[in-house]
Design a protein around this ligand. Structure first.
Ligand code: PHE
Length: 338
């Protein structure tokens, strides 16, 4: 029995086979168990000696079986560990997302104006007619309203106020003037909406507003600030910048700003052609007064730019619609790893 059991234990390569040996050796129907049972039938003179031998054998086998169990358990554990181990020699494939080029441009604009002391301000996409138009000196009959292709929303049932999707970020000028005490330097990047859709217009697009309210501000400050910004953004130190007299209801005087480029090649920085890039002006005294700021004490200038436009020019993106299609191949090409 002893030889047989030790051999079987040796052969048992896993805990299942080991358990079969255990049952066959120490179980109820095992021959050793039977023999121990039959001791009672033995003549008393033989019983003592036989019992001693059988019990010793049972102890030895129990010991051997337990020892084998420990060994097999260790083997099983090692197998489990090696199966679950991470193979650090495997090549790593990491898929990370990309910054959308518009987000990247907003971050660049924020960083450049940040060095000039501008903070970021925000306003809601759904705003009232008053914030979008009236407060900005565009009253109900003003022809400029027609240019904005406004999305009108149902009026507020509580106060009857006309709601609109903001057509420009200039709403944030008003909100900031009502919220903060001058001096103020803010930029306000965000979404804007106009009912217009073709290869160069999208019903949703992005603008960035800027506003400075200080004492003794002049047109010279406005010009210096925007020339510095444009040259920093495009990374062209001598980028030609032209200020062209224009009209906005909320600024007086108003100027549109053009940068030099080559229309044929699309190359920026040349001086053969001009490209309009920004609207700006000294804030109209009526707008300041609408917000409780005394225009004889404080001067202010404001500007607004299209973020899609700035992005398309810098990275040579030709179709406005590609910004919103979410094509992963396009994002991989024009996006930025964060
Ligand atoms: N809000 C104007 C537009 O959307 C841009 C602008 C902003 C012009 C601030 C002057 C001052 O066209």
């Amino acid at each position: 029995i002893k030889q047989e059991t030790l051999l079987a234990l040796d052969k048992a390569q896993d805990l299942r086979a080991w358990d079969a040996v255990r049952v066959a050796t120490l179980g109820k129907s095992a021959s050793l168990t039977q023999k121990l049972k039959e001791l009672g039938k033995c003549p008393p003179e033989l019983r003592k000696e036989r019992g001693g031998i059988l019990n010793k054998l049972r102890d030895e086998l129990t010991q051997a079986i337990e020892t084998r169990k420990v060994v097999l358990e260790e083997i099983a554990l090692n197998e489990k560990l090696s199966a679950e181990a991470v193979d650090i020699t495997m090549p790593v494939t990491v898929t990370t997302g990309f910054l959308h080029p518009l987000r990247r441009t907003i971050e660049e604009i924020t960083a450049i104006f940040g060095t000039m002391g501008f903070k970021v301000a925000e306003g809601p996409n759904v705003d009232t007619d008053w914030f979008n138009f009236s407060a900005l000196n565009i009253d109900e009959n003003h022809p400029a309203r027609a240019d904005h292709d406004t999305f009108y929303l149902p009026s507020d049932p509580l106060n009857g106020q006309q709601k609109v999707l903001r057509t420009h970020t200039s709403t944030v000028q008003i909100r900031t003037l009502l919220d903060q005490e001058p001096p103020i330097r803010i930029i306000a990047p965000g979404r804007t909406y106009r009912a217009d859709h073709d290869a160069t217009h999208s019903p949703m697009f992005h603008q960035c507003e800027g506003m400075v309210v200080e004492k003794g501000l002049t047109l010279g400050h406005l010009k210096g600030c925007l020339v510095d910004f444009l040259r920093a953004y495009f990374g062209i130190p001598h980028l030609p910048v032209r200020f062209r007299s224009s009209y906005f209801p909320f600024t007086e005087p108003s100027m549109e700003i053009d940068i030099g480029w080559n229309r044929k090649t699309g190359e920026l920085g040349g001086s053969s052609d001009w490209l309009e890039i920004l609207g700006s002006g000294m804030m109209h005294s009526r707008v300041l007064a609408n917000c409780g700021v005394d225009p004889s004490e404080w001067q202010a200038f404001a500007f607004g730019m299209g973020i899609e436009r700035l992005t398309m020019l810098k990275y040579g993106i030709s179709d406005l619609r590609s910004f919103y299609e979410g094509d992963v191949r396009w994002l991989r090409h024009y996006g930025f790893s964060s």
